[in-house]
Write a protein that binds this ligand. Structure first.
Ligand SMILES: Cc1cc2nc3c(=O)[nH]c(=O)nc-3n(C[C@H](O)[C@H](O)[C@H](O)COP(=O)(O)OP(=O)(O)OC[C@H]3O[C@@H](n4cnc5c(N)ncnc54)[C@H](O)[C@@H]3O)c2cc1C
Length: 514
């Protein structure tokens, strides 16, 4: 059922078994799991069903450190959350992302990739994705004309992605949530404070405010914070009535380790015509194909070069004449094959039988990289001095990168360039900044609109905010859902994994509350 919190008498008390704060991808994924159960679920959503400028303004904050998108534009504050804006590009984290990597400070999740497999499989239909298949071989079996480039698997592999329509959770799941008798959805119900008990060992209630000046309270047996990374940290930090540094923050970990994916154009690729037919696996035809591959470096190469995980995608695009002439100057071998498009580059390994190389056109691509950000305690969300219309402190984001990201960009492209050349697939030309490890980031430095970290998972409370069950250390009944719990970011976009982890958390809560 649905209740607008503005219509309740001031000072109302809402009571349930489970209380979920935030109805975005994480919150709705959990709430759906409880439809029809004997438990009463409160789903508290700050926004309404539509975009409201005054609501969106509650997200406004300051940016210090590296430049970043305006915070009020980077997340949506309404039912369905930021899935109202997302692009639907999905893949899984890789096994290496969960490992402790000696060269990546603060890496190592207290869980393994295989622990998530059953939940990834359950998350696929929620995001209206295809079967749980993310290996190139799976897709080649379905479509024999999709053949990965003949790259050395010890060096590079093809990471597969699937595309959600994209699922807008607010539209897709509204009827199911509102129609469920045991799910009590409250809109315009902004949670402003989590109230801890006297010994600060559990949450005993929530303080809710509406923009028209009402204040209500909510109580439940267990609480899930699902407001996305920046707002999750903000709420914990602002809940400082009984714990001066905020809840879950005895060791000054809340808000730290904010991570993004660094998504940057890095160069160009001139594809040898002999290899053009391989592109079916790497270029996306929106509306027709729902999958595509990206090039990624093997775990062994990441280990050898001590670099971060990242992918390289081929974005079709013409080059201006100057760039083309640079290619001409540097790649006579490729040019030769351009002149005689039916002639195969003799150095290239023979393509698979089913790849038709005859009618290939020479083509140019932009190379775009999606790199994980190394976990960094100095990259953080803090409370600022200014307050919003509900009296909550606004946030300050201090986004910081390290030398490791910079070096990883360079090394990834050295390896990719060498391997594509060796395979006779074409030639790579890098942008100047990618060749250097030092100097400032280019002015087009950009994140992928992915917010991670801030309540990271670690078994040791001194190094993380939640345990492997997503429970906040030291608080018996407070859990966190969403990518704020990620220990490391991996190269994959976050939403599929956060939905999978939300389902895992939901199962855990059922075992506790039933
Ligand atoms: C432009 C853009 C493109 C993107 N593309 C992709 C993509 O291709 N692939 C991908 O994997 N990800 C993508 N993302 C990221 C994706 O949108 C997020 O990972 C996802 O929405 C996060 O889900 P969430 O539930 O944690 O947070 P959200 O979806 O942001 O939901 C949080 C919810 O909490 C509510 N809330 C906040 N504060 C309070 C409060 N105090 N009280 C009550 N309720 C509150 C909000 O209103 C909202 O409904 C993209 C994001 C953007 C902006």
């Amino acid at each position: 059922m649905h209740i607008d919190a503005r219509a309740l008498p001031d000072g109302s008390l809402l009571e349930g078994d489970l209380c979920i704060i935030g109805a975005g991808a994480a919150g709705i994924s959990i709430a759906r799991e409880w439809i029809g159960s004997s438990q009463k679920v409160l789903l508290l959503e700050g926004g309404g069903f539509q975009y409201e400028p005054a609501m969106q303004d509650l997200y406004r904050g300051a940016i210090v450190g590296l430049p970043y998108y305006p915070l009020q534009a980077a997340r949506l504050h309404q039912f369905g959350g930021t899935t109202g804006h997302w692009a639907g590009f999905c893949s899984t984290l890789d096994p290496i992302d969960f490992e402790k990597r000696d060269w990546v400070p603060h890496s190592g999740w207290p869980m393994r990739r295989e622990d998530l497999d059953p939940f990834y499989a359950r998350a696929q239909p929620l995001l209206e994705l295809g079967p749980y298949q993310y290996s190139a071989a799976d897709w080649q079996r379905r479509d024999t004309t999709m053949v990965p480039l003949p790259l050395d698997p010890r060096v590079m592999w093809t990471k597969m992605w699937q595309f959600s329509p994209p699922t807008r959770f607010g539209l897709r799941y509204r009827a199911a949530i509102v129609g469920a008798r045991n799910i009590h959805l409250y809109t315009h119900a902004n949670v402003c404070e989590l109230e801890a008990n006297e010994p600060v060992s559990a949450v005993e209630g929530l303080r809710i405010r509406t923009l028209d000046g009402k204040e209500h309270r909510a109580r439940a047996r267990a609480y899930v914070l699902a407001c996305c990374s920046i707002q999750n940290a903000r709420l914990l930090l602002a809940s400082n009535r009984r714990a001066a540094n905020g809840l879950g923050n005895a060791h000054d970990t809340v808000g730290r380790f904010f991570m993004e994916h660094i998504e940057m154009p890095c160069g160009h690729f001139a594809l040898a015509p002999s290899h053009a037919a391989y592109m079916k696996m790497y270029t996306l035809d929106f509306g027709k194909t729902k999958v595509r591959g990206e090039m990624a470096l093997s775990g062994a190469v990441q280990r050898e070069h001590q670099i971060l995980n990242g992918t390289v995608s081929l974005e079709p695009g013409g080059l201006d004449e100057a760039a083309k002439s640079t290619f001409e100057a540097m790649t006579p071998d490729v040019l030769d094959s351009f002149r005689n498009r039916h002639e195969r580059d003799s150095a290239a390994p023979a393509p698979a039988e089913q790849v038709d190389t005859a009618a290939a056109e020479p083509r140019f691509f932009h190379l775009l990289t999606r790199l994980e950000q190394a976990p960094n305690p100095e990259s953080r969300v803090m409370l600022g001095a200014e307050r919003d219309a509900l009296g909550m402190p606004r946030v300050t984001l201090d986004w910081r990168l390290t030398d490791l990201e910079r070096r990883s960009f360079r090394v990834i492209y050295e390896v990719v360039g060498r391997e594509l050349g060796r395979a006779g697939a074409g030639r790579v030309q890098l942008l100047d900044w990618v060749r250097r490890d030092d100097g400032p980031w280019p002015s087009n430095l950009s994140g992928g609109w992915h917010h991670m970290g801030t309540t990271r998972m670690h078994e040791d409370p001194r190094n993380g905010v939640v345990d492997s069950n997503c429970r906040v250390h030291g608080l018996a009944n407070l859990y966190v859902a969403g990518s704020s719990v990620y220990t490391t970011a991996g190269a994959a976009n976050p939403t599929l994994t956060l939905v999978a982890m939300s389902l895992r958390l939901s199962d855990h809560l059922k075992s506790k509350l039933s």
